[in-house]
Design a protein around this ligand. Structure first.
Ligand code: SF4
Length: 352
């Protein structure tokens, strides 16, 4: 793993992005922003799960005005996603948005200038966010890596010419390999923080796999200051997936490590898959930073269990429970979940 690429720190509300800061997780609400109560619920659920900032769409005046009320009942910085309009950007800023995401391909220069001036006055950050699929108002789009990177850098120079430096950049593709090439190029040419992600990556496992391919290579090379896993699914799953990716790259330490065997014909218990799923949920929901091994028999069960804080290995319809490398008890399948939770809680209290 390389050291993080040095980037300029950028202020977004009470957060600092880039510089020496850890990689921040973000997601985006999937309901219209003027549905204030629903948006607040989503933001707070994602924040509780680990999102450092959340993006909302600003489609009309109702959305822009809603920011004020949403900010009263949420505590993480909000990013307003605005296309085509400077009026809505100005209104969102007046209502307390912390960062604006604009796409230079669909926002004319004169409108950009008014957004820049207002953002400067209110200390609001701007993400210059290009997507491979975005089109100009005339319907043209840029798809080459060079074309996208050049346009992003040209936009940065334009912002700098108006003495605006509170900039974050993203240039996303729906192809993980293209995403990697784009960001590698960008990282060589700019010191502004990068928001990385594979855009429109798909639903469930398809999106998770694509995002993991695109994000892992970049993060291992020290590229990327904030990530979004863009899934056709609940934003909460985006946050959980982002945490899992960062954790396995040693970039999100305070999180459970779960080892579980796939099971095979040797498995000596019936409910291993269910146990693995329920224990994972419990540890993730409660952010318990322990390593646990959930194994179907003693073939690899003893070794994995001894290498974990807590481990279980199936044996003749029962589970052997290991803790701190030692067998502490043997439990019937039906009582295993409750026993395990007891041991996990004891350990997590000791670790606090
Ligand atoms: S630990 Fe045992 S049950 Fe699990 S995959 Fe390995 S051999 Fe099969």
């Amino acid at each position: 793993m390389k050291l993080r690429e040095k980037t300029k720190p950028v202020k977004i509300g009470n957060l600092s992005l880039g510089g020496n800061n850890t990689v921040l997780i973000q997601s985006m609400c999937d309901v219209k922003t003027s549905n204030i109560d629903e948006v607040i619920k989503e933001i707070n659920a994602c924040a509780k799960a680990g999102a450092a900032l959340m993006r909302v769409s600003i489609l009309d005046k109702e959305d822009a005005i809603a920011i004020k009320k949403i900010k009263e009942k949420t505590s993480i910085p909000l990013v307003g996603d605005i296309h085509f309009s400077d009026e809505l950007a100005l209104l969102a800023i007046e209502n307390g948005i912390d960062k604006i995401r604009i796409n230079p391909i669909n926002t004319p220069k004169n409108k950009l200038i008014s957004i820049i001036e207002k953002a400067k006055k209110h200390n609001v950050a701007i993400r210059i966010g290009l997507n491979e699929g975005s089109t100009t108002p005339e319907g043209k789009n840029i798809t080459s890596i060079k074309g996208l990177v050049d346009l992003a850098l040209k936009s940065v120079s334009f912002f700098e010419s108006y003495k605006f430096y509170n900039i974050v950049i993203s240039v996303k593709s729906s192809s993980p390999l293209k995403t990697i090439k784009i960001y590698e190029k960008l990282a060589k040419k700019t010191k502004y923080p990068l928001h990385i992600g594979v855009t429109e990556s798909g639903f469930d496992d398809i999106g998770i796999i694509r995002s993991t391919i695109g994000l892992s290579k970049l993060l291992m090379d020290g590229i990327g200051n904030t990530i979004r896993v863009s899934l056709t699914k609940d934003p909460l799953l985006e946050v959980i997936t982002a945490k899992r990716i960062l954790h396995d790259l040693n970039l999100y330490p305070n999180y459970p490590t779960i080892i579980s065997c796939p099971t095979c014909g040797r498995c000596e218990v019936d409910n291993l898959k269910e146990i693995a799923q329920n224990i994972t949920k419990y540890l993730e929901n409660n952010n318990i930073n322990i390593k646990i091994a959930i194994m179907g028999c003693i073939v690899n069960g003893i070794g994995e269990s001894k290498n974990a804080d807590i481990g279980i290995a199936g044996a003749n319809k029962k589970f052997i429970i290991f803790k701190n490398k030692k067998i502490i008890k043997t439990v019937e399948e039906n009582y295993l979940y409750d026993e395990l939770i007891k041991e996990i809680n004891k350990l997590s209290i000791l670790n606090k």
